[in-house]
Ligand binder design. Structure first.
Ligand code: ADP
Length: 342
């Protein structure tokens, strides 16, 4: 299904060239996620002291929270090479073998969306992760035999938005697991101020604060909104980003005070109006809003759940009373309605 354009959709700006400039390079530049950083800093310095490769690292969290950035930061801190791919790009075993045989000692090999690896490739990866080897079949028919090719010790960094669908044999081969949480207001403010400095644009304190509050707890979104506000400020002939520029800009982008986009509100409205508040299954809901299930589950839902607007139940998604309140609607108490109807 064709995806609609969203002003701040993470994948829409993944390739933005300015994005690279905004990426923190070292742990001390990486804002927030303090416990994760403290632990990683210990593991990295211990591995460096032993001249070992760092244990394989599993990064879990919604899109735009800094998984790719952290993988690069780890490579920079280890002072090793960084090689990057995504699971859907690994179509045949030889695609993976190509990467693995070119790795240098200690390199960080990053596989994004690791939940979508093909089974044959995943099998290959197990041996590579555990024994730094590849089992490769040569010859055909009765002459076929498997040879083990040695590869250099490396660190696999696997990232996923869907930890629940990663197989347990793969999970068990990661020595370190890090879970990203949505960012606090003060962290997002720090990120937006840092980015404004790098982009050489002036932003007032109250303007930064409102932007941080409106960015779904997500660094990629706050950076994207900052760039749009820079456009609005420039268009209005303002020398910098002020609070009125941000207020006006957010309303033009149809982003409300909770940081919800039009499509977020549409999701809530559809669950309420078409499905009586839920439960409704993810696939049905995705079709109703004209998005793919992936976009619904990876982008919209995590924040709607975090903000306390929807809940995931075994029977599907339901909206909360808070969602009714936010949309200015009156909650319908299903049980009471049934009772009253009798
Ligand atoms: P993910 O891989 O989880 O989708 P990315 O690592 O691509 O997310 O992060 C998106 C953007 O957000 C990066 O380009 C970076 O500029 C910014 N970013 C992410 N995490 C942080 C952070 N902790 N501090 C500062 N900027 C961050």
């Amino acid at each position: 299904m064709k995806k609609k354009d969203s002003p701040v959709r993470p994948e829409a700006i993944k390739e933005d060239s300015h994005d690279t400039a905004l990426r923190p390079r070292l742990l001390k530049e990486f804002v927030g996620q303090k416990t994760m950083k403290d632990n990683l800093s210990v593991f990295i310095s211990a591995a460096k002291e032993r001249s070992d490769s760092l244990d394989h690292l599993f990064l879990i969290g919604p899109a735009g929270l800094g998984k790719t950035t952290m993988a690069q930061v780890v490579a920079n801190e280890l002072e090793t090479g960084f090689i990057q791919t995504t699971a859907p790009a690994l179509e045949k075993p030889k695609d993976l073998v190509g990467f693995l045989t070119n790795l240098k000692k200690g390199d960080v090999f990053f596989i994004d969306e690791i939940h979508s690896l093909k089974p044959a490739i995943e099998e290959l990866l197990y041996i590579a992760m555990e024994d730094y080897g590849i089992d490769w079949v040569v010859g055909q028919g009765p002459m076929a035999r498997t040879i083990r090719i040695a590869i250099k010790p490396f660190t696999l960094v696997g990232a996923t938005t869907k930890a629940g669908v990663v197989s347990s044999p793969l999970i068990s081969r990661f020595g370190i697991t890090c879970r990203f949480s949505f960012y606090e207001q003060e962290d997002l403010e720090a990120i937006v101020r840092r980015s404004a400095g790098l982009l050489n644009v002036k932003i007032d304190k109250d303007a930064a604060s409102l932007l941080a509050r409106s960015s779904r707890g997500t660094p990629r979104v706050v950076n994207q909104l900052l760039k749009r506000m820079r456009d609005f400020a420039q268009y209005a002939g303002e020398p910098g980003i002020t609070l009125p520029v941000v207020k006006d800009g957010l309303s033009r982008l149809e982003i409300d005070e909770l940081g919800l986009e039009k499509q977020d509100r549409e999701i809530l409205k559809i669950i309420i109006e078409r499905y009586k508040g839920g439960p409704v299954g993810a696939e049905t809901l995705a079709i109703s809003i004209g998005e793919s299930v992936e976009t619904l589950e990876d982008y919209y839902e995590p924040f709607l759940i975090q903000a306390g607007l929807i809940q995931r139940t075994p029977r599907g998604r339901t909206v909360t009373n808070f969602a009714y309140g936010h949309l200015g609607l009156k909650p319908v108490n299903n049980e009471k309605t049934l009772f009253e109807n009798e």
